[in-house]
Design a protein around this ligand. Structure first.
Ligand code: CA
Length: 220
């Protein structure tokens, strides 16, 4: 799953990005409203964490424009403690929830998960195929009940392939859904991750199929 953080305070944004990534999300960062709006317009995010006071374009304007254009990605707005009116305005303009600064990090993660769950109830259900069970909420994978340790990317790839069970997923699609913007990436990276994933969950290569020249598929 992919998250966008729009926050101009680098001292807050950078650790926030790292913290959220630990929960298995791919995270993009924008440091002003215009850059955030541009990213949100072109990428498929599962949630946007949007600061209210931003240079170039404020958070309310960003939320308003995205909603006017039909983007329904959940928005969690970050506000200053004093800005009661702006909170209300933010919610009216399309934010789904807000958190007052300074906020508790655990609470932000809980709100983020709750928002994603509310908008994509299917995304928190356990996914399974070929004896593999993946629990997106607990971030756990088992095979026939045995716990398997996957790194973040391996987990995200497996999750995406399981969600799209029965369908071929191209490398471009995996790049778009599983990686964030700033990683300078080659298709080799995907091949390497798939190779490592297979070693852990699919040594006999009968779970993840390679469709040559097209992509990857997990059969129903
Ligand atoms: Ca700010």
């Amino acid at each position: 799953m992919r998250i966008l953080i729009v926050e101009d305070e680098i001292n807050l944004a950078t650790p926030l990005k790292k913290g959220i990534e630990k929960h298995g999300y791919a995270v993009d960062l924008a440091h002003d409203g215009k850059a955030g709006y541009d990213l949100a317009s072109i990428n498929p995010y599962d949630c946007i964490i949007l600061d209210l006071n931003l240079p170039e374009m404020d958070g309310i304007e960003v939320a308003k424009k995205l909603r006017e254009e039909g983007t329904d990605t959940p928005i969690l707005m970050l506000t200053a403690r004093s800005a009661q009116n702006e909170k209300i305005e933010g919610l009216e303009m399309g934010a789904d929830d807000y958190l007052t600064k300074p906020f508790n990090y655990q609470e932000l993660i809980l709100r983020l998960k709750a928002l994603i769950k509310r908008y994509h109830p299917e995304q928190t259900e356990t996914l399974s195929a070929h004896g593999i069970e993946l629990d997106p909420g607990k971030h756990g994978v088992t095979i026939e009940g045995d716990v398997i340790e996957l790194n973040r990317k391996e987990f995200a790839i497996l999750e995406y392939l399981l969600r799209n069970k029965g369908r071929v997923v191209s490398q471009e699609e995996l790049l778009e859904k599983v990686w964030n913007q700033e990683v300078n990436i080659f298709t080799n990276t995907i091949r390497t991750q798939i190779l490592n994933l297979r070693k852990k969950i699919d040594p006999n290569k009968n779970v993840i199929q390679t469709i040559r020249g097209v992509g990857y598929k997990i059969n129903d």
